[in-house]
Design a protein around this ligand. Sequence first.
Ligand SMILES: [Zn+2]
Ligand SMILES: [Zn+2]
Length: 156
Amino acid sequence: MGDTDIVRVSCATENCGTFPMDKALNKRLRRSGNTFTCPAGHKQSYNTTDPKKELREEISRLKQKLSRTEGRLENYRDNLSDMWDDLREERELREAIEKSILEDVDGAVEILEGRWKWACECGNKTTATYDTEREAWGKYDAHRERLHDDAGAIEA
Ligand SMILES: [Zn+2]
Ligand SMILES: [Zn+2]
């Protein structure tokens, strides 16, 4: 390796001095702007910044990001639509079950595990769901007190 293959590089840090570097490597570093280290450990790179190039790269990154986001949004929409259908079916099913349970009930009844409703023989029933049997009975009793006389007949 002759002297022509080696260049002396000045460290970017003040008063650090110069150090030898392979010429071809130096050329690549100048082109790429990649980080390199002087023998004393100072990290540095050649400034290859071209504002227009950076802007173009940024725009292209943003465009890619946008198209990825659009793709995800599309998937999300499809999934959401499926989910919505499932939810609607589930809700309709649950409502049908609740309705059939409440039809023959007079008092509180457990609709789902730990979920209580009440219905009255007069045809009134709760739209709310309660966490405890006691609460559901309480609301049922309140309804009886409000709308029924002692004999249990509904007041006009
Ligand atoms: Zn240095
Ligand atoms: Zn009633």
